[in-house]
Ligand binder design. Structure first.
Ligand SMILES: [Zn+2]
Length: 505
């Protein structure tokens, strides 16, 4: 149910009874299982209790998804003399305020959720055919065999997806440079590629950053049937896999990207889109590397050139203006960036790039964790179902399938598994020189660089001095495990005069 729908239901409910709406509170993207006080909307409700007669929510789970938190809310409402209601009638003025009653209502809610979910699965299973009637995701083509339509790898397009993923993850390429490169090579973007494959006329479309991003981060690249959650647009950012009766994503084709690559790509894309909307800050070398020593907030680059000369700065936004939380903290960008570059190259410039290889078995830890979580959810739900009913039988079937899978995975995990860091010919110095600003930024973050910047001391000269910045590297796993790199970093740390500190963000 969308927020809009919930609000409409509640307003109509109140209007029917001639009540005046004092205030409307919403919790967006906050777990209903969180503590009441940790939810902004719910904090508002708690604060408004004393002035109200009724609190109304669309459904009971909008109040809380945890019995304990709901009990606390009921208690607070009782003390304030306020009645909690739901527009769906689950909670009415006649409801007994006893906890037993509340828990019974919760159990009912759970049962309904499961019924809806099972029904939903049936519906989506029926929808497979019709979805396949649409366009195949980029990287796939539709083939018909037996009575159905199936996705198969489109080798030409899949190779492009895999190449871009690899360059993005392992070589620090950016979406914009990749899109430009694809256009220069005359590679057709998804819609035109499909048109050409079907023997239709192409329209001269070109790759954009968004097209490429959507291809790379969509769960469709894993071979999963996808859908947008209710109320969300059907864009790659929102797509989630449809789960089958076995609790697993519903697979409709082979994978173009394996689980680890896909997860990493998504992580890289999301971490780089931090600060979107302020594109200037998004291109800063020291974004989420430089922090204010006064308040630990990230410092943002303010671009400024006068007569062709660069006067850009890094600024802590918490220390700006007369209402700032602390003294202003502004530092010359070029000076700080040069200092960090030198420090990085001194510590890591001659260190070889390391990539991790896993041999002797599959790395199944992540899959085991996911399966255990899924089992946990299902068994929790089972307790609330009427024993022997059809819903319970379905859940029991899902649990059995997942337990079988878990046993297989644990069997695989017990086989010898060796992780090895492969030393590449290239050094981190080579990488630094080959990468653009965004690529260098991720390189700095890879080695756990933290630059802590002190405000200018009162009375000090206003030119840039290096003693304002403390640079530390914590390093990723390979660095901590590599004696040579550790030694070099230790030398660098001494030269910087700073002690090694853990990453703060
Ligand atoms: Zn600050």
């Amino acid at each position: 149910m969308t927020l809009e729908t919930q609000r409409r239901l509640c307003v109509a409910f109140a209007a029917d009874r001639g009540w005046r709406v004092l205030d409307v509170f919403e919790d967006v993207d906050v777990s209903g299982a969180a503590r009441l006080e940790d939810r902004p909307g719910m904090s508002g409700v708690l604060g408004a209790l004393s002035g109200a007669d009724y609190v109304l929510a669309a459904k009971q789970d909008r109040y809380a998804r945890s019995v304990l938190e709901f009990a606390r809310l009921s208690e607070a409402a009782k003390t304030a003399g306020v009645t909690l209601l739901t527009a769906d009638g689950h909670l009415s003025p006649d409801s007994s305020p006893f906890l037993a009653q509340v828990m019974a209502a919760f159990a009912e809610q759970e049962r309904e959720t499961i019924r809806t979910r099972i029904q939903g699965n049936k519906n989506t299973l029926r929808e497979v055919g019709s979805w396949l009637g649409g366009l195949a995701p980029y990287g796939y083509k539709i083939v018909r065999r037996d009575k159905g339509a199936y996705l198969e790898i489109d080798p030409e397009a899949a190779a492009i997806v895999r190449e871009c993923a690899d360059r993005l993850v392992r070589h620090g390429a950016t979406l914009s440079s990749l899109a430009r490169d694809l256009n220069e090579r005359g590679i057709l973007p998804p819609a035109d590629h499909a048109r050409k494959r079907d023997g239709r006329e192409t329209r001269g479309a070109r790759w954009s950053m968004t097209t490429l991003r959507d291809v790379l981060i969509s769960p469709a690249a894993r071979g999963y049937l996808c859908k947008a959650p209710e109320g969300k647009p059907r864009t790659a950012l929102h797509l989630v896999p449809v789960l089958g009766a076995d609790g697993e994503p519903h697979r409709v084709g082979p994978e173009v990207l394996d689980a680890d690559t896909w997860t990493t790509v998504r992580h890289v894309v999301e971490s780089r889109s931090v600060g979107r909307g302020s594109t200037r800050a998004g291109r800063a070398l020291l974004l989420h590397v430089a922090y204010c020593a006064e308040c630990d907030a990230p410092m943002y680059r303010q671009r400024r050139t006068v007569n062709g000369k660069d006067y850009s700065t890094y600024v802590c936004t918490k220390g700006v203006g007369e209402h700032g939380e602390h003294v202003s903290n502004i530092v010359q960008a070029s000076g700080l960036e040069d200092q960090v570059e030198e420090s990085f190259l001194r510590a890591f410039g001659r260190v070889h790039l390391m990539t991790e290889a896993v041999t002797g078995g599959r790395d199944v830890a992540r899959e085991i964790r996911e399966t255990e979580e899924a089992l946990d959810n299902l068994t929790g739900n089972l307790a609330a179902l009427p024993a022997g009913g059809r819903a319970a039988q379905t859940v029991v079937g899902q649990i059995a399938a997942l337990e079988q899978k878990l046993a297989t995975l644990q069997g695989e995990a017990e086989r010898p598994l060796t992780r090895a860091w492969i030393r590449e010919e290239k050094t981190l110095g080579d990488e630094w020189r080959a990468r653009d600003t965004v690529g260098r930024n991720s390189l700095l973050r890879d080695v756990g660089t933290v630059v802590s910047v002190e405000p200018l001391q009162p009375g000090a000269e206003r030119r840039f001095t290096r003693d304002r910045a403390t640079i530390t590297f914590t390093g990723p796993a390979w660095y901590r495990e590599d004696p040579e790199a550790a030694e070099l970093a230790a030398i660098a740390a001494v030269e910087e005069g700073g002690e090694s500190r853990g990453p703060r963000h």
